[in-house]
Design a protein around this ligand. Sequence first.
Ligand SMILES: [Mn+2]
Length: 346
Amino acid sequence: MKLTFRWYGEKDCIPLNYIRQIPNMSGVVTAVYDVPVGEVWPLERLIKLKELANSYGLEMEVIESIPVHEDIKLGKDNRDQLIANYCENVRRVAKVGVKCVCYNFMPVFDWLRTEMHHQNKDGSNSLSYSYEDFQKVDPNNLHLPGWDESYTPDELQNLLKEYQNISHEDLFNNLVYFLKKVIPVCDEVNVKMAIHPDDPPWDIFGLPRIVSNEADLDKMFHAVPSINNGLTLCTGSFGAGRNNNLSHMAEKYTKQGRVHFVHLRNVLWTDNHDSFCEVGHCSKAGSLDMAKIVKALVDNGFDGYVRPDHGRNIFGEDGKPGYGLYDRALGAAYINGLFEMAEKNK
Ligand SMILES: [Mn+2]
């Protein structure tokens, strides 16, 4: 496996010089963040990002994400131009040596929590989702932690309205339409597309979600069989769904060669509904058996990219929720241990 770390570009308050000090770190996972969704990324920006990473001895082989424009998900008339731009972005990232692109196909919200700074007993804080708090959210007057700056209230209501007539089947067909145009480009330039699962893996506000479980993945891979149509196995996202068996999924999709990227983090299920809290990476902190998941990857020949996913805010750090330095670095060290043990016992 290749251990990587998410880096939000030059504006990230965590410097590359720190990231490279994490043991076994091979590279950064990044993106061009300030070009509007749907537009083409200037090649010189990609070259600059790559050179910057390389100057600290870090690779830039994974992009997270090239975001998918809502009009593609909605299947609107202008989608062909937007998909052509997406394909051009795939070509451009390939030109600078990128091998894997993480993306998602979630309508409107690509993650959802009810609390950004949930206070844990040990004094740390982390992202959490409470079933009870979610019931109190009024979809007609949405104020969601972490989202209020992304959309104005009017934009959000209009977007939600546009999705009212989009069924799961429609969204799936729009995904397949997208993939049938993008994957041939990936086949040509050797880029692996790694879809990120729904976070959390169920419908919210009546918006359809179609990458929540094994059945969804099987359907998607069946529709577009190229091996470049693959998966980001995000243990925390799938793992919030209590029916998802992560080690089984790791085994099955690694055997198929479709696990191109792995996000490792743990979640703690906190009630009898679907509430969960993000916790430290190790198995004992949460509800997922991280060692079993890593063993399933290694035993079945996984050789893709891995990154520690969300960490807590610890040691007094006031980092971007989920993306502080310290807990993700601890997670990286733990992940190194799990892989070393699994690889030596293979
Ligand atoms: Mn993830």
